[in-house]
Design a protein around this ligand. Structure first.
Ligand code: NAD
Length: 327
């Protein structure tokens, strides 16, 4: 199979690409590589791998990279509420408009398979219920709203997309992120001996990044279409912190201010019925990150390159300076 992966250099994409290459598929990545190219460097000599470094908003390149593809897995996005709030117009272009274009172009180019990475964040805060794909959506921020509107647009322009609503990802990846709660808690525990939890009672669905990649492989192999929640376990933020503390022995500090009010319990039963279930638990991811921090794969978890917000804020400020000079 020849597959185009947008955002293939990212936290999830860099694992997914490796899985597809290992299965003998041809992988073309379309990625602006905003967070660097380290995650894909070791793939550069693989004859089945091709990298096109470009923005998905560039329609000319996007159309040409789709030529001759059997499937498109669309992961490129300005991910997370903080990062997507830096430049709302750019976020709308990337997260919504480019997604709609790519889904529609698949139809035009007769590419049968289109996979879109969505998020359980679209459910917002619904504390007293178990959320299924039939539950109402209630996005609480700009990022989640863009993802939900992209799902709707994708459905309207593509005959049979596969939409995967992932829980909050965790675990080690060649493109590491420490702006994700489990990864951050673990690094804080190891490096500072203390985790700070804001609120703590909010329930969240979690998923190991490797299981997220595996669910896309599964979807492609089974020709799955439709919308699915993809999660392994639901925990409150305090329970998640306690798991980290149990393994590392760190202290937990609870602050009453709640920075992020999303609160929901998600069911992945619909996907389980197709034969897929996540294989990794929170403890697996925590242990992997501890290993990566202790064997020197990661030195400074506070390095800007591990945070989408920090990198994009810097990029935005530079773009603004250039724009003002040009005016
Ligand atoms: N990480 C999570 O917890 C999580 C949860 C639910 C859903 N998702 C979704 O999964 C997908 C992958 O997330 P991730 O954690 O790997 O994110 P990431 O930020 O690590 O990767 C995104 C990749 O997309 C690229 N990209 C962004 N904008 C681009 C543009 N305009 N043109 C070309 N490339 C661009 C970036 O360079 C990066 O390599 C996203 O669609 C995200 O919304 C992630």
């Amino acid at each position: 199979m020849k597959i185009l992966v947008t955002g293939g250099g990212g936290y999830l994409g860099s694992i997914f690409c490796r899985k597809m290459l290992a299965k003998g598929h041809k992988v073309r990545v379309l990625d602006a590589l905003w967070y660097g190219n380290e995650s894909l460097e070791e793939l550069s000599n693989n004859a089945d791998f091709e990298l096109v470094q470009e923005d998905i908003r560039n329609l000319v390149t996007t159309v040409s990279t789709m030529k001759d593809m059997d499937a498109v897995v669309h992961l490129a996005s300005i991910v997370g509420m903080p990062a997507s709030s830096i430049d709302p117009i750019a976020s709308e272009e990337v997260n919504y408009l480019a997604t709609k274009n790519i889904a529609e172009l698949c139809q035009l180019h007769e590419i049968e398979t289109f996979v879109f990475a969505s998020t359980c964040s679209i459910y917002g805060s619904q504390p007293n219920t178990v959320i299924t794909e039939k539950s109402k959506v209630s996005p609480m921020d700009f990022y989640a709203t863009q993802k939900y509107l992209s799902e709707k647009a994708t459905h309207s322009v593509n005959r049979s997309p596969l939409i995967l609503r992932f829980g909050t990802l965790f675990g080690y990846s060649p493109r590491m992120r420490f702006d994700l709660v489990i990864n951050l808690f673990t690094a804080q525990a190891i490096k500072e001996g203390k985790i700070t939890v804001f609120g703590g009672k909010q329930n969240r669905p979690f998923l190991h990044v490797d299981d997220a990649a595996e669910s896309i492989v599964f979807g492609l192999e089974k020709n799955l279409t439709g919308t699915y929640n993809v999660i392994s376990e639901n925990f409150t933020l305090l329970q998640a912190a306690e798991k980290v503390s149990k393994i590392t022995g760190c202290e937990i500090q609870i602050k009453s201010e709640v920075e992020d009010e999303r609160h929901y319990n998600v069911s992945a039963d619909k996907l389980s019925l197709t034969g897929f279930s996540a294989s990794k638990k929170l403890d697996d991811g925590i242990k992997e990150i501890i290993d990566a921090l202790s064997d020197g794969k990661i030195n400074d978890f506070k390095d800007k390159k591990y945070s989408n917000y920090e990198i994009l804020l810097g990029k935005h400020e530079t773009d603004e300076i250039i724009r003002k000079r040009l005016l």
